[in-house]
Design a binder for this molecule. Structure first.
Ligand code: NDP
Length: 252
């Protein structure tokens, strides 16, 4: 089996895990944030948990990327920039901006996030800088152009939606309020919608099995959570806007 073959097999395994994750999360909300509860073992502060979970996606990806044969080629470098535009923020800026007074996360959730991000970063970085073949003509391929445009749209939606949430809380508080503005007009979780669009765009732009596996996993992880979050908003706030959907405007 070649190196590329083993990445494809591992990507299929990741997609299968995504389907299992979807089925589990359909019934059980992952215990962090608004769904944090007792009974999940030892915990750590949320901010530290986010940095721990997400740092392999930034640091690990870069470490694997620089070992690849194609690391100095134009298209892989563009992909590196696209990936890191998301993950430098997610791993090191987002956790610092969180207002998480006293909030904690179970080690088991942080550990699973860490493990997933190690595997995912490895597969995508290996593909981009080593197994995949991209010459500069790929930059004008419609899949690349549409994929990067989708990623950029998702990035903007995700960043705006997270910024709205982070601005809802007074400093040093953990209260929840109804978010308004931007896509919150139509859905309860535009941050998850943006994230799903980002990695769908990544899959299209890289036209790769690891990219597809990550997009599938992101949907499997976030769609059930969007439904649970939507239900939670409706149950918690009697004046919650009735026309709002969970994840996809006018649809779901
Ligand atoms: P949430 O929307 O649950 O929370 C984001 C932040 O906003 C948290 O600090 C949360 O606090 C706070 N917050 C949420 N709702 C409110 C509200 N109504 N009022 C005040 N504050 C609020 O998102 P997640 O924590 O699940 O995810 C954070 C980011 O990570 C998102 O952009 C998401 O897309 C991304 N992500 C990506 C995944 C992937 O598979 N690619 C997996 C998981 C997340 P608190 O923590 O106290 O609830």
């Amino acid at each position: 089996m070649t190196g590329a073959d083993s990445l494809v097999v591992a990507s299929w395994a990741l997609m299968a895990t995504g389907l299992l994750t979807f089925a589990i999360l359909w019934w059980v909300s992952a215990p962090y944030g608004r769904f944090m509860r007792d009974g999940w073992g030892p915990t750590l502060p949320s901010r530290r948990a986010w940095m721990l979970m997400e740092s392999p996606s930034a640091i690990g990806f870069l470490a694997i990327y620089v070992l690849g044969r194609n690391r100095l080629e134009m298209v892989p470098l563009v992909f590196l920039a696209v990936w890191q535009s998301h993950y430098l923020h997610r791993a090191f800026v987002f956790p610092i901006r969180m207002k998480e007074r006293g909030k904690r996360m179970p080690w088991v959730i942080a550990g699973m996030g860490f493990f997933f991000n190690c595997v995912n970063a490895y597969l995508n970085a290996r593909w981009i800088s080593d197994a995949g073949r991209y010459d500069t003509s790929w930059l004008s391929d419609p899949r690349f152009v549409a994929g990067v445009a989708l990623f950029a749209a998702g990035y903007a939606i995700n960043q705006h939606a997270d910024a709205v949430l982070l601005a809802l809380r007074p400093t040093d508080s953990a209260v929840y309020r109804i978010p308004f503005g931007g896509l919150y007009r139509w859905v309860s979780c535009p941050n998850y919608l943006g994230e799903i669009l980002e990695w769908g765009g990544w899959a299209l732009a890289t036209w790769s099995w690891p990219g597809l596996a990550f997009a599938v996993f992101t949907f499997a992880n976030l769609a059930p959570r969007a439904l649970s979050t939507h239900r939670w908003y409706r149950e918690t706030f009697p004046d919650y806007p009735p026309e709002r959907k969970a994840l996809i405007p006018f649809v779901l």
